[in-house]
Structures are given as C-alpha cells and as structure tokens.
Design a protein. Sequence first.
Lengths: 545, 173
Amino acid sequence: MTLHRDSPQAPTLGPGVLTRRRFLQFIGATAGSGAVASTMGAWGHIGIAAQTSPPMMDGSGNGVKVIVVGAGPGGCPAAYELVKLGYDVTVIEARDRLGGHVFTVRGGSKTFEYGKGEQVCDWDDENMWYDAGPSRIPFYHRSFFHYAQELNIPLMDHKNIDLNGWVYAEGINGGLNGKRMRLHEMRADMGGYTSQLLAQAVNQEDLDLPLTAEDRDVLIDYLINWGILSSGDLTYGPSDHRGYIVLPDTQSAGEVADPYPMQDLFPFAASILGAAGGYLATTPVFDWQTTLVKPKGGVSELYETGFKNALGDRVRLNCEATEIRQSDDGVRVVFLNKETGETEEVSGDYCVCNIPLSVLIKLGTDFSGDFRTATQSVPYAMALRTGLGFNRRFWEEDDWIYGGQSFSNISELGILAYPDDGYGAKKGAILGMYNFGTDAAHVSSLAYEDRVQLALDLGSKIHPQMREEFVSGFSVAWHLEPYSLGAWPSYTQRTRQEFFPKLQEPDGRIYLVGEHLSYVNAWIEGAAQAAWLQVEKLHTRVMQA
Amino acid sequence: MTTRSLPGARATVLGALMILTLAIGVPLIVSAQGATPGATPAISAGDDLLVRGEAIYNNVCIACHQPDGKGIEGIYLPLAGNPAVTLEDPTYLVTVILNGRGGMPRFDTTYSDEEIASIASFVRQNWENDAPAVSAEQVAGVRAIYATSDVPTPEGQIPAGSDRATPEATPSS
C-alpha cells in the first residue's frame, strides 16, 4: 500500500482533510483490524515512533496568513509544513539565527546572558565547533531523519561511548581515588568480578536460589562468556578485553595488565555509575542507544541551512516579539526590530508560537484565564554547556580517543564529549563541561572566562595536558539566555495532568509549538511532533471554516 | 495544622474575607491554605538556619537573583524589598521555591524541607527584608498541598505586584 500523500494510490475520503486517523478508519472499515495493525506497523506506530512523517493532509491553506513566532525546532517544521499546505507564512525570530535552542558554536558565534553580557567565539578553524544545545539525535526520532532527507542535510555518526575514553573518580575510598582509567578497563573488570562472584555463588549447590540445576548450568555458561571467566574455576583474570599495557608488534605478543583490585575498583565503579548510569548501565537509556546521529557540522545545520533555505525571506531575524494579541478576526504580533530599533507589527489570521513558556509569560498577551495560568505553571530547568577549543587534538594524538565521551563523578564537570568528525585534523574543540540544576546555577554565576577556567581545572584531572593546547572557550547557560530562560520544562505528574492538555489546545487563534508541548521534552523530536500535531489541528480548522 | 479546603469553599472563604476587609478596613492576609495566617513559627531564626540559607543562596540563587538580591529588571524578580517575599504568611514564597514558575526552576526534588526553610528564611531576613523565619514544618505543609494531582494552584494566595499581573515587560537585548 502506497502511503505517500502524493501517490495517486493514496486514498481520499471525500471532501475535507485526510488525516492519518481518518485513513486508518478507512482501512479498518474495508480490510479489518489486521490491516490497520500492519499499516500502523509500516508507519512505525507500533513499538517505537508515534509518527514518522508529517500528517497526511489534503486541501490548501489558500493564502490564509499564519505568523510563526520563533524559528526554533518547533517553529521551523510548523512554518515549513504550513508553506507546503499553501499558507502565507511569516516567521518572526528574535535572534540573528534560526534554530532556537539548537546552537552550534563556531568562530563568530555570539550569545548574550543576563548579568554576563555578550560573548563572541574566536575559534578560527572549520574543525572547531561544539553544540551548546542539542547535540545528538537517536535513531528513533524519525522527524529528524524525515527533514534531513527532505532538506538534503548530510548526517554523521554521534558516539556517546568510546571504550577508550576515560573514567575518573575522586572523593572515594580505596586506591583508585583520584585516578583515571579507560572505560574498557572498568567495564571488563567490573563485568568480570561480578560475573565471577555470581558464577561461584550459583555454583554452590547448597545455596537456596530460584534456579533449577539446568538454569544454573546455562547461567554459568553465560557468565563465563560475559564476564570473561576461566571455565575451570570461574575466576576473572587478565585478558585483552581490558586492553594492553604493551601492544603486540614484531617483537612480542604484547602484555595485558592484571585487573584492578576488587576492593579498590568497587567504590570507583559505583561512583562512576552513580554519576553516569544513563550511559554506562548494562545498556544505556533508550535515548542514548546507538545509533545516534547529527548533521555534519553540527545540529544547527538542519535549521541554519536546511530550514533557512526552505523558508527563505519568510523569516525575519533580529525581530523580538513583545506582544501577541488576538481578536475574533485575527492575530497581531508586535515586535522590536533590533536592527532599526523600531517597533513594528505584523498581522495574520493565526499564530503558531514557538516561544518557551518561561519567556512567553513575559510578553503582552490576551490569553484566556486557564490558558494563561497553564503557561505560568510549568517551570524550566537549568543546564550549562562549555566548549573548549584546542590547537592540537591531544585526545586523539596522545590518548587515542576518537569521538565519544569521558566520564567522571564530578557533577560540576559532567561529561567531556569529543568531536566525532575531523579525525586526524590538527585543531578541534570539545564539549568541556555539561551540568544541570544547582551545578549549572553555581557555574553560571561565574563570568564566562571563569567558567572556562573552571572547565580547564576540572578537565585537567582527566587530561593533564589540556592547558598546554588550549586556545579559548565558550560557555552557554540556558537559564540566563534571554530567549530561552531555561533549558527545558520540568513537568510533574500534577502539572502534566492539570496544565499540559490545556497548552496543547489553541487559545483562540494561537497555537503553541515546542518540545514543551510533548512528552519528549528536551529533544528536537518533541518540538517537531508538536508542530505536526498543531499544524494538523490548524489546517483541519481552516478547512472546516 | 493545615486544613485543606475545597475549591468552592475557598472561593467562598475568599469572598467572605474580601467583604470583611472592606468592612473593617484591615488588610488581611488572604490564605485559604497553608500555615495559620500571622503565626510566627516556633523556631529560633538562629545562625545555623541563616548561614545555611546564605550558603545556598550564594551558590545557586545569585545566578539569576544576583548577589544584591535585585534580580534583573523585567526578567528575574528582585528579592530585596519585594513584598511577595516578606509576606507574613510565607506560603507563596515557599510554593515558588518548591514548584518553580516559568524561568524559576523547581527545587522540590533538590532540597529538603530544612534546606528550603533555610533559603526562605535567609531571603526574608537579608538586605532590607525583615520577615519571620520559615520552619521545615511549614515547608512540609506547603509540599503536602501539592502531593496529590487534583489540588489546583491556590491562585488567591498570589499577591498583586508579583509577576502574576499582566506581563508587559520586554526582555532587554
């Protein structure tokens, strides 16, 4: 069955809007529920993605005017789909760039934070960039793949895990306090020791375990392989799984080290897993499982190249919305043209608003009581990302780490993330600090340069050579950034139940979009899903008017 | 301790209080829920509480509210000299710290009742502010209000002059 909306076989259901739901009802009526299930499976409804492409819709917007406020991960796909449906779209964007919270920092990038002033990046090499906002897209975030293909954005791999990356822990008991080791060492040794302990325990027949004799045997077989145990006495010992201290070459077969002592490793590994279990548990959280990707050159490419080319001069940059007003007949967006200093306004029939709630509540609006209360009732979380630029890719040349991350138990530091491209180039930049909550608040109270120095201080515990190669840094605290005032919303069960449904419904002629309108918060996928949801609602309404 | 009134009853109570206010001309603290209005908590605002609160403030809160407590105009509310902070009934202040509001993050899962009491006490007594300290029990009482999802936000508690009024401020560039 051909599903693409342009296909001549794509069924229509008479006049009106063909929505995905109506199509499924049609299929169910003609071919039964099994056909619906397989259709849904083909669309990816069962199991993983809720929606893999924009809603199938017929009809034309016929030049109905929509003002999109904010060219972010919600506003861009919303504007794009509305243009395809024949609407007259204008996008008002406060910043000098598209992408909103998506912000790939490179030479010339600028930001401003309240209390801290302006910051300009002086990196001078095409291999020096980092994502100060979203930096990776999981394989199941299908909206991203849809637009990357439609807008011809080349993709690259994103690695979270490089087994040769470092893990470092301090403030712990035992002989590994303040030490670093390779992730493959920690993983092999912990897997080995825990398997050994379990296998030896299970092997004692007098232990009361909920296992049959056969269960015990197969479990021990598994553990021998998983934990790299000797099949004789079920002990864990040295192997090349944990890496070499002398590599094999023409002269020798190389040498592997003994595992770290159990009593030293356990507190080390426990602390690392406490800090980074999302990445380092037996399997990472689903969002962080391979394959992850990003656009070549950074996530901004989707917006600053892809959507920018598609939307063209419909997007007005440096126009900061101050009011969003509506009447029975239409909407009016008042904005400050930052280039001229003049206040302007633009009118339309509907408004699609991509402004985060934390900023939206500062604007002059006519929202109805319940809707206004909902916009005021969802707080935003804090996050901070600092990038560090280097003259030499010491993590590659010295440490043989190509992409992926290093981990520590220093919550102020968070992960270090290395570039997954430009391998072997001379210069490069890393994500040198990524923290949240009170750590982000504390670090953000420092001036930009002090944050960078702190990142160097902490990062030097993992890479002692860091300062030698350092060029300059760049730091973004999203809760201080004027057009974000936060990194993402913090819903609770209460606020989901009470306010979230209200936010998803339009207030008069105004529809909100953004990741805050989904359950996939803090991901661009959530914003695109919300854009599709709201465009479908808006178009249905216009077609029925 | 705290009694939880039903939404309808609260409106009636509010209505009655407003009429009473007009009748006798005495400003009453409108508080349908939370601590008994006007009661001074039976704790000593000792050094420990304020020292701890100051430490948290200087580590976390200054990022937005600034060391001088004046915030950033139109963006982050001032705490110094802000009547919403020094109401005799601290319920609104504690609610904002616990639940957050817009750009103000929530701290309910970050800090204990004691820690939130210390932050609230510190901001109520630092700079030119002079209001009674807040106890951990009072914080626990406010938490309890939001423990179930079917209790709506007690809007009647939010005083005029806070950002609850029609927002007109433009973020400065």
